[in-house]
Ligand binder design. Structure first.
Ligand code: OSB
Ligand code: MG
Length: 368
C-alpha cells in the first residue's frame, strides 16, 4: 500500500525560445502544473501540461491548479492506495480536468515504480526500448521559413515532419515541402481550425501522400470527422476530441478516425492512456504519442507509455531544448538517429531540479 503523506501543487511558467503558432492561436510562454507527492519515504513528481489559455481544449492551467487545490489534493492526502488504477478510481467522479488528474496520477506512478523497484515501462507492459521521434513545426509567417526549419530537423535526424496548418496556410506549404524534400514521412495538424465547408482543401491534400491529417474539425467533434473521413483517402487522426477510452470507442465505431494521438495529459493519465491503447489495438487503429510542450517531467511519462506495442507512428517528442531556454530537469533527453531511449527512472535518467522549479514558480501550495 502507498500512503500519501504530503502533496505540493506548483504552477510554473517557462519562457520559450520562439513562439509556437497553431490553428488555435499562439503559445508565447508555457505554463504547467506540477504535483510533488511524498509517500512511503519516496518523492514522486507529475506534470499536467495544460496551456495558459483555453485555446486547445477548455482546461487551462489556472483551472488545473484550482481543481487540484480544491478537490484532488485534499481528497488524496492521508489516504492509502494499492496501485495507480485504484488511485485513479478514487477521483473518477470528478468530471473533466484531465491535465490536473494527470499531474496527480503521474506523481503516484513515480512513487509506485520506486516502491515496486520497476520502471513504468515494465509496469505498463511496454515492449519498445526506444521511441521514433518527429518534429511538430509551428505555422510561420512564410513558406520559406517552414522549408528552412524542415531542412534543419531532417538533418538532425527527425524521422517525420508534422506541419501545423490553418485555412490559407495548408496546400501551398505541403506542396512546397513535398517538392523540396521528396518522399519524407509527412503529416499535418489543423488543431480544429477547419469546418466541413473546407472539404475541397482536404481533397486537394489527398494528392500529397500524407500519413495522416490530425484534428482538422471541431475540438469536441466526432460526427463531422466521420463525414469527412468518408470523402477523403488520407487517414484522419483525432487529438482534441478524444478525452477518454469511451470517446475513442465512439469515434472508432462511427469511423471518425483511422489513427489516434494519445497524450497522457489530455486523457487524464497513464491508466486511461493504456485503456485507449488497448482498445485501439483490438480495433486495428494505430496510435502515437503526442505532446503538450511538456517539460522533462511530462516527457518522462509520455516516453514511458509510448513503449507499448501499438504506438506505431513517430511521437511528438522534440527535446525541451527546442522550446525552452532551460528545462526543470538537469539532463533533458536527446534525439539520436531519430530515436529517444525510453527512460526507466525519473531521477537517475533526467534528475528533477528543485532550484529550477523554484525559479519558474508562479504559485505553490502544500497539503499534509
Ligand atoms: O495539437 O499536438 C498538438 C502543442 C501544444 C498544444 C497542442 C499540440 C501541440 C504540438 C506540440 O503539436 C507537440 C510537442 O509537444 O512536441
Ligand atoms: Mg494535435
Amino acid at each position: 500500500m502507498i500512503k500519501i503523506e504530503k502533496i505540493e501543487i506548483i504552477h510554473i511558467r517557462l519562457p520559450i525560445v520562439h513562439t509556437f503558432t497553431t490553428g488555435f492561436g499562439t503559445v508565447k510562454e508555457k505554463d504547467s502544473v506540477l504535483v510533488k507527492m511524498y509517500a512511503n519515504g519516496c518523492i514522486g513528481y507529475g506534470e499536467g501540461s495544460s496551456l495558459q489559455d483555453p485555446l486547445y481544449i477548455p482546461e487551462f492551467t489556472d483551472e488545473s491548479y484550482l481543481v487540484l487545490q480544491k478537490y484532488l489534493a485534499p481528497n488524496a492526502v492521508g489516504k492509502e492506495f494499492a496501485n495507480p488504477e485504484t488511485f485513479a478510481a478514487s477521483y473518477s467522479h470528478i468530471r473533466g480536468h484531465s491535465f490536473a488528474k494527470t499531474a496527480l496520477e503521474c506523481a503516484f506512478w513515480d512513487i509506485y515504480a520506486q516502491t515496486e523497484g520497476k520502471s513504468i515501462k515494465d509496469l505498463v507492459g511496454g515492449t519498445q526500448i526506444k521511441i521514433e521521434v518527429g518534429e511538430s513545426l509551428g505555422i510561420k509567417p512564410t513558406v520559406e521559413e517552414v522549408l528552412e526549419e524542415v531542412g534543419v530537423r531532417l538533418a538532425e535526424g527527425y524521422r517525420r515532419i508534422k506541419l501545423k496548418i490553418k485555412p490559407g496556410f495548408d496546400v501551398e506549404v505541403v506542396k512546397a515541402v513535398r517538392e523540396k524534400f521528396g518522399d519524407i514521412k509527412l503529416m499535418v495538424d489543423g488543431n480544429s481550425s477547419y469546418t466541413l465547408a473546407h472539404v475541397d482543401t482536404f481533397k486537394a491534400l489527398d494528392a500529397y501522400g500524407l500519413t495522416m491529417i490530425e484534428q482538422p474539425l471541431g475540438y469536441d467533434d466526432i460526427i463531422d470527422h466521420a463525414v469527412l473521413q468518408k470523402q477523403i483517402t488520407t487517414p484522419i487522426c483525432l487529438d482534441e476530441s478524444i478525452l477518454s477510452a469511451e470517446d475513442a470507442r465512439k469515434a472508432i465505431s462511427i469511423g471518425a478516425c483511422k489513427i489516434i494521438n494519445i497524450k497522457p495529459g489530455r486523457v487524464g493519465g497513464l491508466v486511461e492512456a493504456k485503456k485507449i491503447h488497448d482498445l485501439c489495438a483490438e480495433n486495428n487503429i494505430g496510435v502515437w504519442c503526442g505532446g503538450m510542450l511538456e517539460t522533462g517531467i511530462g516527457r518522462y511519462f509520455n516516453l514511458s507509455i509510448a513503449s507499448l506495442p501499438n504506438f506505431v507512428y513517430a511521437a511528438d517528442m522534440s527535446p525541451s531544448t527546442i522550446f525552452y531556454k532551460e528545462d526543470i530537469v538537469e539532463r533533458p533527453f536527446v534525439v539520436k538517429d531519430g530515436f529517444v531511449i525510453v527512460p526507466t527512472d525519473l531521477q537517475k535518467d533526467f534528475g528533477v531540479s528543485e532550484e529550477k522549479i523554484t525559479k519558474y514558480t508562479v504559485k505553490r501550495e502544500v497539503f499534509e
